[in-house]
Design a protein. Sequence first.
Lengths: 205, 205, 205, 205
Amino acid sequence: MTKSGKKPATNRDKATAKRRNQILEAAVICFLERGYHQTGVRDIATRAGVSLGNLYNHFPGKHDVLVEIAMLERQEMEPFLKILAAQSPAPKVLEKFLKAYGKYLAAPENVILTLEITSEAIRQPDIAQLFLENGDELTNALTAVLRRGIEDGDLRRVPDPEQVSQMILDVLEGGAYRSVLSKVPMRKVVGSVVDFVQASLLPRQ
Amino acid sequence: MTKSGKKPATNRDKATAKRRNQILEAAVICFLERGYHQTGVRDIATRAGVSLGNLYNHFPGKHDVLVEIAMLERQEMEPFLKILAAQSPAPKVLEKFLKAYGKYLAAPENVILTLEITSEAIRQPDIAQLFLENGDELTNALTAVLRRGIEDGDLRRVPDPEQVSQMILDVLEGGAYRSVLSKVPMRKVVGSVVDFVQASLLPRQ
Amino acid sequence: MTKSGKKPATNRDKATAKRRNQILEAAVICFLERGYHQTGVRDIATRAGVSLGNLYNHFPGKHDVLVEIAMLERQEMEPFLKILAAQSPAPKVLEKFLKAYGKYLAAPENVILTLEITSEAIRQPDIAQLFLENGDELTNALTAVLRRGIEDGDLRRVPDPEQVSQMILDVLEGGAYRSVLSKVPMRKVVGSVVDFVQASLLPRQ
Amino acid sequence: MTKSGKKPATNRDKATAKRRNQILEAAVICFLERGYHQTGVRDIATRAGVSLGNLYNHFPGKHDVLVEIAMLERQEMEPFLKILAAQSPAPKVLEKFLKAYGKYLAAPENVILTLEITSEAIRQPDIAQLFLENGDELTNALTAVLRRGIEDGDLRRVPDPEQVSQMILDVLEGGAYRSVLSKVPMRKVVGSVVDFVQASLLPRQ
DNA sequence: CATGAATGAGTGTTCATTCAT
DNA sequence: GATGAATGAACACTCATTCAT
C-alpha cells in the first residue's frame, strides 16, 4: 500500500516507514517545544536518531515535514467525524461532539501544533489548502448534522448552517487557545461553549 | 522629563520620535508581507530608510520592535471600546460593536498582524501578557455590556458573561482569519455572527 | 602646566582635566574587568558618566585612551625609583625594592593592567615603545644600584648588570602573574624571589 | 571507538583529521599575525581553505580553536621534559635545559602565541587551567631535577625548589618576551640567564 | 539507505567613529 | 564642550540543503 495497489511490503519498506515515523514524531516534538521556525533540521534529525543527511532521503525538506504533519493532523479528526456521523438526534450529537472535541483541544500540544500550522498557512499556499481541507471535513460533517437537526425540527432554522458550524469550531478552538495562554481550565471553557451554542441553536419553544 | 509636563519636545526629540515611527511602520509592513521570523532586521532598517546600526539606537532588538507593535495594536481598540461604552440598550450596542469590529477585521492586515503576534505569544511570555491584556480590555468592556443587558432584561441570563464575551470575540476573529485564508467575504461572515450571537443571547419571548 | 609654561589654568581647563581623568579611570576599570578588546568605547563613556560623543572631544580614539593609561602607569613607578635612588648599601636597597615592588604587584589589578598593555604592545609599536620606556626607567635605576653594589664589593661581579636587572624584574612580575592565576599568595612568591636573587648576587664569602 | 584499539581509521576519518589540522594551523598563523581578538572566524576559515560553515563542523566555536591550540602547545614541551628526565648531574641537566628551552623561545612565534594564550587565560577559566597544567608539567620536571641536585649536593639547599623552578622559567620566558619586543638577541639573554641561575643555585664552594 | 562534511548566504547584534545640533 | 543619532563594516554563529563516500 505504500507504493502500489498490491502489498509486497518488504522488510525494507517497513524499516523505511518506521524511519519516517521517527522523524515525524521528532519533528512534532520539536515544533511544539520551539516552534517551526526556531526548529532546525538538525534538531529534528538528532531527536529522531537519524543522521542529518538521511532525513533528506525521507523528506524533500523541512517544509515537507510540516506538510506531512498537517496531513496527519487530519487523521486525528476521524473519531470526531464518527461522532458526527451518528444518527441520534442532532442536539445530542452536537453536545457529544463539543465535549469530545473540547477534551481533545484541552491538550495544549494539539492547540500549539494547530497554531503553528495555522501560522504557516498564511504564507504558504499548500499548507493553507491542506489546512482548509482539514477544517472542511469537520465543518461539512458538522453542517450535515445541523441541517438534519433543522429538518427534524430539533434545531432552529439558521440562515447559513455552514457558517454556523465554522463558528462553533471557532468558538471551541479560540477557547482552547486562550486556555493555553491564560491557564483557564478547558473544562470551564467547554461548558460555556455548550451553553452558548445550544442557546443559539435550540428552537424557541 | 522628555514626555511629562508641558511640551519641551525639542526638534531633536521630534526627529527621533519620527524615526521610531518610521521603523515601526516599516516593521509592520515587513511582518505582514513575510512574517516575523522571515523578516530580517536588515529588511526593516532598509524599508525604514534607516541604517542597520541606527535601528539599534532606537530599539534594543528585533523582539522589542514586535513588542512595541503589539502595544500599538492596543490603541486601535479604542474606537470599539468607545462603542461598547455607549449607554444605548445592550442588544443595540452589541450589534453595533459586532459590525464595527467585523469591519475592522475585514482588513487582512489587521488579522495577519494579530496572528503574527498571537503566534509569538505562545513562546514569549512578555508578548503573551501584552496580548492577554490587549484582549482583556475588549473582553471586559464587552462583559460589562452583557451584564447590563442581562440586568435590564434585554439579554438572556447567561451563566458566565465573561466567557460569553470571549466567545463572541473568538467567533468574530476566527471568521476573520478564515476569510483571509479562503476568500469568503467578511461581510457574509459578520452577518452570520450577528445572527448567531443574537440568537444565543436575546431572551426567549 | 596643561598646555604651556605659564599657568593660566582657567576653571574651564580644570573641568576639562577632570573629565579626562574620569574617562581614564573608567577605562582602567573596564579594561581590568573585561579586557581591552572586550571593552567598548560606549562602556567607558557610560562608566565615566560622559556622553559617547564627548569622549571623542577628549581622546582621538580608544587606542589613545590605552596609550594614556600606559603613560600613567609609568608614574606609579616613582616610589620604587625613589627607593632605588637611596644611597644605602646595594643589598639593602635591593631587598627593600623587591619587597615594595612585590607588594605593589600583589594587587591583581596592577598585574592585569600590565598584561593588557603588554599584550597590545606586541602589535602596536607606539605602545611597545612606551612599554619599553616604562620598563627602562626601572631597569636603569636597578642597574645603577647593581653597578654600585658591585663597585662597593657588596655584590658579585655579574657579567651584564642590565640583563640581571631585567631578570630580577621578570622573576617578580612572572611570580605576580602566576599568583593572580593560581591564587598562590604573593607574599610567598616575594620571599622566594628575595632568596633567589640574593643567592645569585651576594658575593661568595 | 574511532580512536581506541587497532586503527580502523577510514579514509573519511583521515580526511576529517586533516581538515582539523588545516584549521588549527591556519588559526595559529592568524593569531600570530593579528592576535586572537583581531582574528575573525572568517579569516581562519579562509586561510585554512575551508568554508566558514564547515569550520563549525570541526570546532564548536572560535574559543575552542584556541583551547585546542593551547593543548597542542603542551606537546611541544615533550623534548624539554625529556631533557629534564636525563640522569646526568643536576647542574648539567639544568644548563642543557636552559639552552634548549631558550632556543625554542628564541622563535618569536612561540613567544607570541604563548602571550596570546596567557592573555586569554586571565578571563577564561578553562584556558587558565589548561595553561597552568601546561606550565606545571615543566615546573614539576624542573623541580624534580632541583631536588635531585640538592640531595646529591650538586645544588644549594634552596628553601622552596618549586618556587625556584617557576622563577627559572619566568626569567627565561620574560627574557624571550623582551627579546621579541626590543630585538635584543635571545642568545645574549640566555647566556645571562644561565649565569644568573647557576650563580644562585650552585653551592658556595 | 545511511552518513556527516561541505557550502555560503543569512542571522541578530556590536563596533569605533563621525557629525549635526 | 557636550550630546546621542547615524553609519555600515564586522562580529561569531546558524541555516537548509547537497553530495561524495
